[in-house]
Write a protein that binds this ligand. Structure first.
Ligand code: PLP
Ligand code: COI
Length: 344
């Protein structure tokens, strides 16, 4: 495939096939490859008006020795099952989830970036309720589809810090709400404030716990971590998505000799942190240069500003963690924890 592997960005590209299965009469139909990338849905389908859908994001990598692997697909399978259960939808078995992802990678191998460009294939599994219905109750008629698209960097550059804003008049997740599940409906309400934040030059939004607004929760696209005096700290919260990247970085941090603390992080503690980063499958590890607190996103007032590094720079620990994690993914660092699942 003739693509500019160094400048893929984070975009959708039509590939050879999307894998599809449906839940019919209590069982999953044999998976099929669909090359058309179109789907016909009844406009009353539950996904269309009530956002009855959950999804995942994981990556496949072409490694240094030519092998193709997926990073921790069992973890994504378990998380999709948890989201499906929350929505009252049938939970795809772990083996089916992995087979669908594996087959998606195999059929789209031409689109898997070659080793050496820092690029990978982003795999997007989605489970959606397609039953035509206007009443508010779950229905087991679902489509489970898995797509894959070649991607480079989410925020346009590697290991270059950008600023984030805490938008005081927007929350991402309600207390005791669905924030820790990867539901389609959690994301749509962030689009408008994202637009505003981006227009003001911020790369990300950081959300506080919506109940009391005392503690850090997570970014709109990713988890939060900070480095404070040799310790990797990351929020303990019922409202953040349990990030597989964060879970992995906590292990990497320990392997690199850091202490790890998962606990409430009061906003004011940012003043004592040396480095801050966003972590997730899409963003990988992206350093944060500054965090501004704005009572009202649309207005100019900034009540506090925490600075960690210059825009475009990166701290030493973020660099080490990034190199180690991506080193494992690209087969440059020994995968001692068995995180890479071989595809071919
Ligand atoms: N937080 C949110 C809101 C996300 O959408 C994501 C992306 O999946 C993450 C965190 C990071 O999770 P993971 O590392 O499993 O991709
Ligand atoms: C991922 O990192 O896989 C995500 O789903 C993030 C998405 C909001 C772009």
């Amino acid at each position: 495939m003739n693509l500019d592997w160094n400048n893929l960005g984070f975009d959708v590209r039509k590939t050879n096939a999307v894998m599809v299965t449906r839940f019919v009469d209590g069982a999953w139909t044999p998976m099929e490859a669909d090359a058309s990338f179109t789907m016909s849905l009844n406009p009353y389908a539950l996904v269309m008006h009530y956002a009855v859908a959950c999804f995942e994001g994981l990556k496949a990598f072409r490694q240094k020795d030519g092998r193709v692997v997926m990073f921790r697909p069992d973890e994504n399978a378990a998380r999709l099952r948890r989201s499906a259960a929350y929505l009252g939808l049938p939970e795809p078995p772990v083996e089916l989830f992995i087979q669908m992802c594996e087959e998606c990678v195999r059929r789209n191998l031409d689109f898997l970036p070659p080793y050496g460009h820092g690029a990978s294939m982003y795999i997007r599994p989605i489970l959606m309720s397609v039953h035509p219905q206007i009443g508010l109750s779950p229905h087991p008629e679902v489509v489970f589809a898995v797509m894959g698209t070649p991607v480079g960097t989410y925020h346009g550059s590697t290991l270059k810090a950008f600023s984030a804003v805490i938008p005081g008049n927007y929350d991402r997740a309600a207390p005791k709400g669905s924030g820790s599940y990867k539901l389609a409906g959690n994301y749509a309400p962030t689009f408008r404030p994202y637009n505003i934040a981006h227009a003001q030059g911020y790369g990300e939004m950081l959300f506080l716990n919506s109940g009391t607004r005392e503690f850090i929760d997570e970014f709109g696209s990713s988890n939060f971590f900070a480095i404070k005096d040799g310790t990797y700290i990351t929020p303990l919260s019922d409202s953040v998505l349990p990030s597989i990247t964060n879970k992995s970085l906590q292990v990497v941090a320990t392997d690199l000799g850091l202490k790890v603390e998962k606990r409430h992080i009061p906003l004011a503690e940012l003043a004592d942190c040396q480095e801050v980063g966003a972590c997730g499958t899409a963003v990988v590890l992206t350093p944060i240069s500054r965090i501004d607190v704005k009572p009202v996103l649309e207005e100019a007032e900034v009540t506090a500003s925490y600075r960690f590094c210059e825009d475009g720079a990166v701290g030493p620990m973020c660099t080490k963690l990034y190199r180690h994690l991506t080193g494992i993914q690209f087969g440059e660092v020994e995968d001692i924890h068995g995180w890479c699942y071989p595809v071919c």
